[in-house]
Design a protein. Structure first.
Length: 270
């Protein structure tokens, strides 16, 4: 049993799965039914949210995210600093920036929802932004884009850099005296290797990259290696919202299950 003493708050980082995206739609548009809202979202995609203040709906989403249910089980206050679309690189930058600014306190526990591997963090005038690696960048010269996808945005590069980010956070946890934890949210590592897309393996890794990346399953900062939204069947039509995010019931189940797994091995504040 690992004892975590003097913990007074949990600070969360991650992507839209940790934000709790799509959970507050009915509160944003109470004049419409859920079915009407879903039709609008399917038609407009993410432009649907342009009509609302982002801080408003993010705050509402956070109140329904798995982060709330996890924190309630641990009986601790919490703050959700996850951002939709974040890559692991952007998550790392946000944590390091918050540490430098003193936004993360010595009495905070940090919990990170591990996001999907394909995203890359970029730096722009207004800050960081993440892109899907294979979509970046449609405006480039065709020959350069082809070479980029072949040599940079390929499965080996994507998975190895994703592994390095998870490894970095594991080492950062050591630096923070074991107060930083990670959890597979989008999918567990075995699930990521097993996913199929039209009959083609989701990742087609060379043996040496696969061997290195698989070592991440032993990282001590990961709360539980056998739990993710995918293990709870988040991709089934009845379990996901119109734009693909898990429904409220799955957030509740995931948060509570993760807290139970956490408490099996940890004791908070002695």
């Amino acid at each position: 049993m690992i004892e975590l003493k003097n913990i007074k708050r949990i600070v969360f980082y991650g992507c839209s799965f940790t934000v709790g995206s799509e959970l507050s739609d009915c509160e944003l548009m109470p004049q419409l039914s859920k079915e009407e809202i879903d039709k609008l979202k399917i038609k407009e995609m993410y432009k649907f949210y342009d009509r609302f203040d982002s801080k408003e709906f993010t705050k509402l989403d956070n109140q329904k995210s798995w982060t709330r249910w996890f924190s309630d089980e641990l009986n601790l206050p919490w703050v959700n600093r996850a951002k939709g679309g974040s890559s692991m690189g952007q998550i790392i930058f946000s944590i390091e920036e918050d540490l430098a600014k003193g936004e993360i306190l010595d009495t905070d526990m940090i919990v990170i929802g591990i996001t999907s591997p394909e995203r890359i963090c970029t730096f722009q005038n207004y800050g960081t932004r993440s892109y899907i690696m294979h979509d970046f960048d449609e405006s480039w010269d065709k020959k350069f884009r082809t070479e980029f996808i072949l040599n940079i945005a390929n499965d080996d590069y994507i998975l190895y850099n994703w592994y390095k980010d998870i490894n970095y956070l594991d080492l950062l946890s050591d630096r923070l005296n074991g107060r930083l934890y990670q959890q597979w949210v989008w999918a567990t590592l075995p699930e990521i290797f097993n996913f199929n897309n039209n009959g083609v393996p989701f990742y087609n890794l060379k043996d040496y990259v696969s061997k290195v990346v698989n070592e991440s399953i032993n990282f001590e900062s990961i709360i539980n290696n056998n739990l993710s939204f995918s293990t709870l069947h988040a991709w089934s039509p009845e379990n996901k919202e119109a734009l693909g995010h898990p429904k409220l019931e799955l957030h509740q189940k995931f948060g509570k299950l993760l807290a139970q797994k956490f408490l099996e091995n940890h004791k908070i504040n002695g």
